[in-house]
Ligand binder design. Structure first.
Ligand code: COA
Length: 177
């Protein structure tokens, strides 16, 4: 568990499904996600089951983000595609639109990056974003990620083909919170 001033980042629980389904079924929140929006809560339940399995195998750390006050689950922040011997992982994040623009993901990701470069001894973090995802780009740049490349027509999601912009952050470049 990781705590920040306003947030708790913790292992997902099956009871998170209802809160997550609200986000995973939200068209605008899912606009740049790697899957189409969920239309059935069973899809969300499967995502949570995979997340819990990822913690057990240590292959994938998907943190539920909970408000420290009130205990609502408002999103997730993840380390996935973990390559243990190269000590690198990809970051992912999704926040309920009710909480956008209030610095929540910057707070959550700052704590997750500290954890990744600290306790988990990662050396490099990566992100793959849709070039049109201005919020994600701004968040990464705010966290000192550097744009490192562009891949053409990398994704095909719900019939739409999109490019990827790849970002990277090295532990030695991380200045801390
Ligand atoms: C990307 C996302 C997690 C950002 O969360 P957030 O909590 O609103 O972001 P923050 O408030 O912490 O903002 C971080 C920085 O990004 C900037 N930012 C946030 N949203 C922005 C937007 N829509 N346009 C431009 N800049 C934006 C903020 O101003 C802030 O920079 P600053 O500290 O210099 O002011 C949120 O928009 C989201 O969940 N989007 C849908 C899911 C998604 O696309 N995930 C990424 C897939 S790769």
């Amino acid at each position: 568990m990781i705590t920040t001033t306003r947030l708790i980042l913790r292992k997902p629980k099956p009871e998170d499904a209802a809160a997550f389904f609200k986000v995973y079924s939200h068209r605008e929140a899912m606009r740049y996600w790697s899957t189409p929006p969920h239309s059935d809560i069973e899809e969300t339940v499967k995502v949570i089951e995979n997340s819990i399995r990822g913690w057990e195998t240590k292959d994938y750390y998907d943190f539920s983000i909970q408000l420290a006050q009130g205990q609502s689950v408002i999103g997730k922040a993840a380390l996935h595609n973990i390559h243990k011997s190269s000590r690198r992982a990809e970051v992912g994040y999704l926040l309920s639109p009710d909480y956008w623009g209030q610095g929540y993901m910057k707070e959550a990701m700052t704590a997750l990056i500290e954890h990744a470069f600290g306790a988990l001894e990662m050396r490099r973090l990566e992100a793959d974003i849709d070039p049109d995802n201005a919020a994600s780009r701004a968040l990464l740049e705010r966290l000192s990620f550097r744009k490192e490349g562009e891949l053409r027509e990398r994704w095909e999601i719900g019939g739409k083909i999109t490019d990827s912009h790849l970002y990277g952050l090295l532990a030695r470049d991380w200045q801390g919170p």
